[in-house]
Design a protein around this ligand. Structure first.
Ligand code: ATP
Length: 955
C-alpha cells in the first residue's frame, strides 16, 4: 500500500481504511470509480479485497506478476488477488494452520474467475514434484468438468455457476498441493426443465450435441440440433456467439481422462444426459377420462434403453401414481398436468443426483492417499446476495446463506480486531455494529423459524398451499421486526408488497419474496412410482444415486430447505476452524461491457456485500497499523536520529521519529510490535514528507553518484583481476584433488598386491595412518591386552611392534618395583616353593602381602635362654606370643633375623618385657639375676626368670 500512497489523488486510495470520510458511501464509490477508470480493479479494506470485474483482459495475471507477489509483504505491492492467495499460503506454511478464502458477489461479478486465478497462482508458484503434477492437473481440470455440468448461460453471465462451491486444496508439509475436496451446494435443478428467455440449460447438453462424435450421438439417439429438444430451446438462445461448445467439449473430454473417468463411467453418464433430453421431448395427451397418455413412445424407448428400465414400467410411472392405502397399493392415473410435473420431477431428480455423483467422483480422483497431516486452503465460491424483481425460494435460500456468511465475517473481523488490540496492549474501544443474528434466527430457528414453518406446512395433512404457508408465517413470525407482509404493513408499505409475498429486512436491505412455488420447491417431490423405476435402473450411476434402501425407508426425506440449512451449518463449521480471507466481487454494469461503471448498480452491491459495515468495523479504531520495523524502514529518512541507520530497538526508533515529525498523542498509539495511526491524514502528511525527503536525497545522491562512478570503475577492474586469480587457484586445487582421489581409488583396488607403483602411495598412506592411529591405542600397562587391528599388509610389522611394546611395558614395570616390594615378592616366591599345591589356603594368602611388622623377637639382656616371638596382637585368631626356651639363643635369634632379612626385629630388653597371653590380654616377664637359675609364676600369674651365674635358662 505504501508503494502508491502518493498517487492517491489520481487513482484513489489502495485501502478504503485510508478514506477520511469512511462512513460515506459516496466517498467509497468515488474511490472505486477513480481506480476502475485507471484499470485498477483491486482495492483493500484492511485485508479484505474488493474486486471489480473489468470485463476485459488487463494483462495482470502473467507469470511474472505471480512471481512479483510471491513471498512479498502484503502491503508492499498494489492490491491484487495474488497478494491474498500468497498471504494465505505463506501463513499456512509458516503457522501450519488451515485457511479459507471466501469469494462472494452477485452473478457475473467475477467469483469463478477469481477462484480460478487463485488456483492458477498455486499451480504456478507452489513447489512441485513430478509425481504430484497429476494432483495439480486434476485440481485444475476438475473445473471445466464441474462448469460443464453446473454452469449455464444466464442473462447476467454467459458462464454462470448454478451451484455453490467449496473446494479444499490440500498441501503437504512442504507446501506442495497434493489433493483436494469439493463440496457443492444447492444446484439449480429447475434449470434442467425450464429456462428464461435468453438463458440456456447447463452447458453439457449443448457441448454434447455440438462436439459429440456422430457415433456417440447415434448410440444415444440424439440429433445435433439443440432446437429439437424442448429442454434446450425454451430460452431461444441455444447458440451463443460468446460460447464455443465444440471447443469446450474437447476440453471436457480430455479432462475426463485426467480425472479418472472410465469408458464405462462416460457411457453411463452420457446415457443419463441423453435421457434427460429424451424425457423433455415426451408429449402427453389427455384421453376421454381426462387421464394422461403418451401417443408416441419413441422417447420412452430411448430412455428405457439408456437407463436400463422396462419401457412399459417407465410409461406407467410417468402417467400413473401409486397411492398406498392401509393394506394395499392403488394405482391411479395422472392428469396431463400431473404427468408433466412427474416427467419434469424425474428429469430434475436424475440430473441433480447425477451432479452429486459427479462431484463425488471428482473427489475420489482428487483424494490424496497419503494420510499424513495436511494443511488446507479452502476456496468458497458462493452466490452473492440476490435481489430481483421477483424473488422466489432460490433467492430466499441464497440470501439466507449470505446472511450466515455475513455473520461469520463480522464476528471474525471484530474478533480479529479485538485480538490484535489485546495482543498489542491497546485499549479496546467497543464498536457499534449491526448483529444480524436476529435475521438468521428468524429464518432458521427450530420450530419457530421460516424454514421450520415451511416444513410443517409441507408435511401437515390437509390442503396446504403457498398462501396457507404465508398465513402461517403471519401468525408465527408476524411480530418480528425484520418480517413484513402486505397484511401486516401499514398503509404506506402495503402498496409495495403483493398478496402472495413476504418481505425480509436483511442486513443488506429489504427483499420481497413471492411464496409461489415455495412448497413445491421445498418438497422437491418425486413420485414413489418413479423412484422405484430409477432404483431398479441398470445404469450404474443411477444405481448409486437411487438406492433401493430409500424405498424401504418410510420416513420422509428432509426437505430442500432443511437440507440447505444443514449443509450451511456444516459449511460454517468448516469455515470457523480456519483462518479467513475475503474477496468481494463487484459487477460494474449489466451489459458485460469493459470500462463502464454503473454508479447505481455498484452502490447496490456495496450495500449488499456489507462493505460499508465491514469498513466501519475496520476503521472504528485506527486507520493504519504497521510493524515498527516496516514503519521505520520506510520513514527513517525523516529524522536525523534514525537516518541512515537506527541501531536501537525499532519501537524506540519509531517513537523518536514520530516525536521529531510532531505527531500529537491523539493521532497514534504505540503497541507492543506495531504503531497504530488513527487518521489517514496523519499518514498522508508523513508520506508527503517522505516523498519530499526522497527528492532531496535524490539530488545529493546524483552528485555523489558521479564520484562514485569512477570509484566503481576502478573497483570493478580490481575485482575482475582478483576474481581471475582466485578462479585460477581454485581450478589448480580442483585438478590436484581429482588426481589424488583417482590415485587413492587405484591404490585401494590394488591394496593386497605386492608393493608396486599402483599401490605404493596408498600403502604409504595406510601405513602412516595406521602408525599415527596406533599412537593413541597402545596398551597402557602389562595387563592391557588390547591392540589396534592392522590392515592386511601390516600384520607382520604390527606383531613385531606389539612384542616390542610388551617388552617395553614389562621393563618399565620391573624398574618401578621398590626394594621392599621386591623382598615381599621374594618371600612370596619362597612361600610358593614351600606350599604351592601342598597346603590349603595357599591361594588366599598369595594375594595378601606379608606384613613386615607382624613378627618380632624379644630376649633379655641377661644370660637366660628365654626367647619371645611376638605375633600380631590384632589378629584375633592368634593365640598369643610364643615363649621359647632355647639353649642356643644367640644362634636361634641370628638365624631368625637372617631369615626375616630384617635387623630391627630383635628387641633386647632389660628388667622385664611385655607379651600377649592372647589378643587383648597382656602379661609381663620379669628378668632378674640370682644364685640359681629358675623360672616361676607368682600368685598373680606373673612370670619371673632368674638367671644364674652360669647363664642357664629354665622354663
Ligand atoms: N478478473 C477478470 N478479468 C477479466 N474478465 C473477468 C474477470 N473476472 C470476471 N471476468 C469476466 O466476467 C465473466 C463473469 O465472471 P464469473 O463467471 O467469474 O462471474 P461469477 O461471479 O462467478 O458469476 P456466477 O455467480 O454467475 O457464476 C467471466 O466470464 C469473464 O468474462
Amino acid at each position: 500500500m505504501e508503494g502508491a500512497l502518493t498517487a492517491r489523488d489520481k487513482v484513489g486510495v489502495q485501502d478504503f481504511v485510508l478514506l477520511d470520510a469512511y462512513t460515506s458511501e459516496s466517498a467509497f464509490l468515488d474511490n472505486l470509480r477513480k481506480r476502475f477508470s485507471e484499470n485498477l480493479i483491486y482495492t483493500y479494506i484492511g485485508t479484505l479485497l474488493v474486486s471489480v470485474n473489468p470485463y476485459q483482459e488487463l494483462g495482470i495475471y502473467t507469470v511474472s506478476q505471480m512471481e512479483l507477489y510471491q513471498g512479498v509483504n502484503f502491503f508492499e505491492l498494489p492490491p491484487h488477488i495474488y497478494a491474498i492467495a500468497d498471504n494465505a499460503y505463506r501463513m499456512m506454511c509458516s503457522e501450519l494452520n488451515n485457511h479459507f478464502i471466501l469469494i462472494s458477489g452477485e452473478s457475473g461479478a467475477g467469483k469463478t474467475e477469481a477462484s480460478k486465478k487463485i488456483l492458477q497462482y498455486f499451480a504456478v508458484t507452489c513447489p512441485m514434484t513430478k509425481s504430484l503434477q497429476i494432483a495439480r492437473d486434476r485440481l485444475l481440470l476438475s473445473n471445466p468438468v464441474l462448469e460443464a455440468f453446473g454452469n449455464a448461460k444466464t442473462l447476467r453471465n454467459d458462464n454462470s455457476s448454478r451451484f455453490g462451491k467449496y473446494m479444499d486444496i490440500q498441501f503437504d508439509y512442504k507446501g506442495v498441493p497434493v489433493g483436494g475436496h469439493i463440496i457443492s451446494y444447492l444446484i439449480e435443478k429447475s434449470r434442467v426443465v425450464f429456462q428464461n428467455q435468453g438463458e440456456r440449460n447447463f452447458h453439457i447438453f449443448y457441448q454434447l450435441l455440438e462436439g459429440g462424435e456422430e457415433e456417440l450421438l447415434a448410440c444415444l439417439g440424439l440429433e445435433r440440433d439443440p432446437q429439437l429438444y424442448k429442454y434446450l430451446s425454451q430460452g431461444h438462445c441455444a447458440k451463443e456467439s460468446s460460447i464455443n461448445d465444440k471447443n469446450d467439449w474437447k476440453t471436457v473430454s480430455s479432462a475426463f481422462s485426467v480425472i479418472d473417468f472410465t469408458e464405462d463411467d462416460l457411457e453411463n453418464l452420457f446415457g443419463i444426459i441423453a435421457s434427460v433430453l429424451h424425457l423433455g421431448n415426451i408429449c402427453f395427451e389427455e384421453n376421454h377420462q381426462g387421464c394422461a397418455t403418451v401417443p408416441d413412445t419413441h422417447e420412452i424407448k430411448w430412455i428405457s434403453k439408456l437407463l436400463g428400465v422396462h419401457p412399459s414400467i417407465l410409461l406407467e410411472a410417468l402417467t400413473h401414481r401409486k397411492i398406498e392405502a392401509k393394506t394395499e397399493e392403488v394405482i391411479c392415473p395422472l392428469t396431463l398436468e400431473l404427468s408433466v410435473y412427474a416427467r419434469d420431477a424425474m428429469a430434475k431428480a436424475v440430473y441433480g443426483r447425477t451432479f452429486t455423483w459427479l462431484v463425488n467422483k471428482i473427489n475420489s480422483s482428487l483424494v490424496n492417499k497419503d494420510f499424513t497431516k495436511k494443511t488446507v486452503i479452502g476456496l468458497l465460491d458462493i452466490y452473492g446476495f440476490e435481489v430481483f424483481d421477483k424473488n422466489g425460494f432460490e433467492q430466499f435460500c441464497i440470501n439466507y446463506c449470505n446472511e450466515k456468511l455475513q455473520q461469520l465475517l463480522i464476528e471474525r473481523t471484530l474478533k480479529a480486531e479485538q485480538a490484535e488490540y489485546e495482543m498489542e496492549g491497546i485499549e479496546w474501544e467497543p464498536i457499534q455494529y449491526f448483529n444480524n443474528k436476529i435475521i438468521c434466527d428468524l429464518v432458521e430457528e427450530r420450530h419457530k423459524g421460516i424454514i421450520s414453518i415451511l416444513d410443517e406446512e409441507c408435511i401437515r395433512p390437509g390442503p396446504a398451499t403457498d398462501l396457507s404457508f404465508l398465513e402461517k408465517l403471519e401468525e408465527k413470525v408476524g411480530k418480528h421486526a425484520h418480517f413484513q407482509t402486505r397484511k401486516l404493513a401499514g398503509s404506506k408499505g402495503r402498496k409495495r408488497i403483493g398478496w402472495m409475498e413476504f418481505r425480509l429486512c436483511h442486513y443488506a436491505g429489504e427483499v420481497t419474496y413471492c411464496t409461489k412455488g415455495f412448497l413445491e420447491k421445498n418438497n422437491d417431490l418425486l413420485y414413489r412410482h418413479l423412484k422405484e423405476v430409477l432404483c431398479r435402473s441398470k445404469n450404474r450411476i443411477l444405481k448409486e444415486c437411487f438406492l433401493v434402501a430409500e424405498l424401504e425407508n418410510r420416513r420422509r426425506p428432509p426437505t430442500v430447505g432443511t437440507q440447505f440449512k444443514n449443509s450451511l451449518s456444516s459449511l460454517l463449521e468448516i469455515l470457523i476452524s480456519k483462518e479467513p480471507s475475503y474477496i468481494r466481487c463487484i459487477k460494474p454494469n449489466d451489459r458485460k461491457e469493459p470500462s463502464k461503471f454503473d454508479d447505481l448498480l455498484i452502490r447496490h452491491q456495496i450495500k449488499y456485500l456489507g462493505l460499508m459495515e465491514h469498513l466501519r468495523v475496520r476503521r472504528a479504531g485506527f486507520a493504519y497499523r504497521r510493524k515498527y520495523e516496516h514503519f521505520l524502514q520506510r520513514y527513517k529518512s525523516l529524522c536525523p536520529d534514525t537516518w541512515p541507520h537506527w541501531h536501537g530497538p525499532p519501537a524506540e526508533g519509531v517513537e523518536r521519529l514520530i516525536r521529531y515529525i510532531g505527531y500529537t498523542p491523539e493521532e497514534y498509539k504505540l503497541g507492543r510490535t506495531k504503531i497504530f495511526i488513527r487518521f489517514p491524514r496523519t499518514l498522508f502528511a508523513t508520506e508527503d514528507a517522505f516523498e519530499f525527503s526522497k527528492h532531496q536525497l535524490g539530488m545529493i545522491f546524483s552528485v555523489l553518484t558521479s564520484v562514485e562512478c569512477e570509484m566503481n570503475q576502478l573497483t570493478i577492474r580490481l575485482e575482475a583481476h582478483w576474481r581471475g586469480a582466485l578462479a585460477r587457484k581454485a581450478a589448480q586445487r580442483r585438478t590436484w584433488a581429482v588426481r589424488t582421489v583417482r590415485k587413492f581409488i587405484k591404490g585401494f583396488i590394488n591394496r593386497n598386491k605386492p608393493l608396486c607403483p599402483d599401490n605404493e602411495e596408498f600403502i604409504v598412506f595406510v601405513r602412516k595412518n595406521y602408525i599415527l592411529n596406533l599412537r593413541y591405542h597402545v596398551p597402557k600397562n602389562v595387563l592391557d591386552k588390547s591392540w589396534l587391528r592392522p590392515p592386511g599388509i601390516l600384520e607382520n610389522a604390527s606383531d613385531l611392534l606389539r612384542k616390542m611394546c610388551t617388552r617395553n611395558l614389562v621393563r618399565k614395570y620391573c624398574c618401578g618395583i621398590t626394594a621392599e616390594r621386591k623382598a615381599l615378592m621374594q618371600q612370596k616366591v619362597v612361600t610358593s616353593e614351600l606350599f604351592r599345591g601342598k597346603k590349603e589356603g595357599y591361594a588366599e594368602v598369595l594375594s595378601q602381602p606379608f606384613a613386615n611388622s607382624r613378627i618380632g623377637v624379644s630376649t633379655s639382656s641377661l644370660s637366660d635362654g628365654i626367647l619371645v616371638i611376638h605375633v600380631s596382637p590384632e589378629d584375633h585368631k592368634q593365640k598369643g606370643d610364643a615363649i621359647l626356651r632355647c639353649e642356643h639363643v644367640f644362634e636361634a635369634v641370628t638365624k631368625l633375623v637372617m631369615l626375616l632379612k630384617r635387623g630391627n626385629v630383635v628387641n633386647v630388653v632389660q628388667g622385664s618385657l611385655q607379651f600377649y597371653i592372647r589378643p587383648g590380654k597382656k602379661g609381663t616377664i620379669v628378668f632378674d639375676t640370682g644364685s640359681e637359675e629358675q623360672v616361676y609364676k607368682d600368685k598373680n600369674g606373673q612370670l619371673t626368670v632368674v638367671s644364674g651365674c652360669g647363664g642357664r635358662c629354665v622354663t
